[in-house]
Design a protein around this ligand. Sequence first.
Ligand code: XLS
Ligand code: MG
Ligand code: MG
Length: 402
Amino acid sequence: MTACGGAYSPEVRRKYFISGPQWAAAYNGSALFHAPTRPAIGFEEVIRKYGEIGVQYWCTHDTDVIATSALGRPEQAEILGRIKAALDKYGVRCSMVTAETFYDAVWAAGPAAESPDVREYAKFRVRNNVEIGHELGANFAVYWPGSLGYYVQGAVEETSTLRWYAEALNAACEHDIEIARRKNRPTLKHCLEAKPFEPQAEILLPTSDAMLAFISSGLLTHPEMVGLNPEYLHELMWGAAPRAVLARALLAGKLFHLDINDGYRLKHDVDIGVGLVNPLDWLNVLILLRSHNYTGPFNLDYKPPRTTSQFGVFEVSFPTAVDRFITLWEMAGEAIADPIIKEATDALKAGGAPSGDPRAGQGDAQAITAAHRELLTLHELIAHRLVQILIGAHRGRVFSIG
Ligand code: XLS
Ligand code: MG
Ligand code: MG
């Protein structure tokens, strides 16, 4: 790490709204075909390490820190007390809480199952999650409806399931309004997170765009409180251009929260650290977000690889993920201010050079095409310039020629 250089200090890292999930740091390497490679680790240790690294915010699933059987019971208050003490001690803040509605056997038929008991229990879980959020000082609640789907078709009636799912979200929002009033705090931002597949074969809200439609479907009693937590890789998984997904969310005013990571198109949820696979795409994503003044959290929802040791998780994995993000964010600023990109972009917006051919302004397709032919070469020039900024090639790098 020392030989690599280029690390930011914890003070610099703390200036960014970067959050570290409990589950990311505690990921032990297990998967469907994989045994764990790392030991279990609790929230005190994770929060302490985030504090040392300079990850200013921490977030968690309810069941990452509280056993399912203890939720809503006196033990919950005791654990929340310990979490608050750890956050205070290590100078870390809780940004977000999320209810686990996918893992436990109770969710076998999903959180919006046919059974009224399951649905009542789902409402309890999301309301309780809102309480946890207010207690820990969070401003965001995330919902990943991973089990809202099925393996076999026909048994589940999709429109009823979606209505029932909306009822759970409505319960969370209504409870939030009550608690926020009581505690004199702002209500939480409720963020839906889409993933196209996994763990179900078919997911009822598989993409961020499906969720935007769901938010404005009329089923939600407080659509203004509900937005998105897109995850970069989840959009790649269905073959989308993440930057275009984010642009649509920005236009809808619904980009509340963002899970940052990396991976491959049309593959499963490998949750690789941000920028390790698609740094150029990430640079472009951050250019979009910087130029639209996105101020929400950047949540490090990735998994330190199974080949990384427990020591390596905090000495290599998290600090390098944070630092790649900051470097890309800085480069995004550089790209936005770059005089060459600016000149090229302005020229494109000004439109084809007046060739003196008055037909161009009169709707003549041929004349318009001719007026833009040379100008449109700038698209490729801009792409080249972005790669130059990414790899530092414009700084006069020489390797074999000299
Ligand atoms: C799973 C999701 C999950 C959410 C929070 O694929 O990314 O980790 O972010 O439940
Ligand atoms: Mg993921
Ligand atoms: Mg996620």
